[in-house]
Design a protein around this ligand. Structure first.
Ligand code: SAM
Length: 267
């Protein structure tokens, strides 16, 4: 079992607490409570994020024919993990989970099971090292076929322009017809209360959060074709019901396709 300091709150476990999970320690619960008091809508927001995961993966599998997923910043196993949604639609789907929290990986290895027809792998990897992730993921995924890369509420841990460079590197390794899904905490929704909550998190967590606005999150999809309705609050990304659409959320989210190479114009 890897060593970790349970006295310092960690985002994977605070997030688990917000979702009502049991994989958290006293320090995570304390910060979870403080942040929920500072910004009660965080609980709805993280649920809207998980619901977006379900709709996006279902869309990619059932409607776009994707059978390979690379989920970076996967988080602790929860309800409706990527492989469960994908393999429900297409049992032969293969999914690679990557996270840099050793607890996430040990729980994932213990709890998550693939269908016999599909495949599942777990990488102890940092999103800031996309080349290492791509090299290890290639042991399970075939990068000569389309892949969907999901970066759901993880790029806020990468400040500045590095986030865009990471996305560009990951998508450069994928063939046209591949997809990218991102959700990201917003700097321009519920500004006062959300910023106060994030300040509180940044005072006690080792992983510092950088918020981004709609234009910056849209910029992460540079060179890709956004699927309708574009970058929106996750609750408004193809909601299944009016209730889902009305869920308060403080995130931006979108899905985009890597276009085919444009043919050169005739001489
Ligand atoms: C807020 S949780 C999101 C979980 C899941 N993707 C979701 O949206 O429901 C963020 C996850 O990203 C992981 N993470 C944070 N920084 C990371 C990094 N630099 N590289 C890889 N994973 C990271 C954390 O350990 C945590 O499990």
């Amino acid at each position: 079992m890897p060593e970790f300091d349970v006295t310092v709150p960690h985002i994977s476990r605070v997030y688990d607490y917000w979702l009502g999970g049991k994989n958290n320690f006293a320090a995570d619960r304390e910060l979870g409570e403080q942040t929920m008091q500072a910004y009660p809508n965080i609980v709805y927001s993280v649920r809207a994020n998980r619901a977006f995961l379900v709709r996006a993966v279902r869309f990619l599998t059932a409607e776009m024919g994707i059978r390979q997923f690379l989920d970076i910043g996967a988080g602790l196993p929860s309800a409706n993990n990527v492989h469960e949604v994908a393999q429900h639609e297409a049992p032969d789907s293969r999914v690679v989970y990557a996270d840099n929290d050793p607890i996430v990986l040990s729980h994932a290895r213990a709890l998550l099971r693939s269908t016999p027809q599909g495949g599942l792998a777990y990488l102890d990897a940092d999103v800031r090292d996309p080349d290492a992730i791509l090299a290890s993921a290639a042991e399970t995924l075939d990068f000569s076929e389309p892949v969907a890369i999901t970066l759901l509420t993880v790029l806020q841990f990468v400040p500045g322009d590095e986030a865009g460079a990471i996305v560009a590197r990951l998508m450069a390794a994928c063939v046209p017809g591949s997809f990218l899904a991102i959700s990201h905490p917003a700097s321009d929704i519920d500004v006062e209360h959300h910023s106060a909550m994030v300040r509180r998190m940044n005072e006690s967590m080792a992983q510092l959060v950088t918020l981004r606005d709609l234009a910056s999150v849209t910029g992460l999809f540079a060179g890709l074709e956004l699927v309708e309705p574009g970058v929106v609050k996750p609750s408004l990304w193809r909601p299944d019901s009016d209730i889902e659409a009305a869920t308060p959320t403080v995130l931006w989210a979108g899905v985009a396709r890597k276009p085919s190479l444009t043919a050169s114009p005739p001489p």
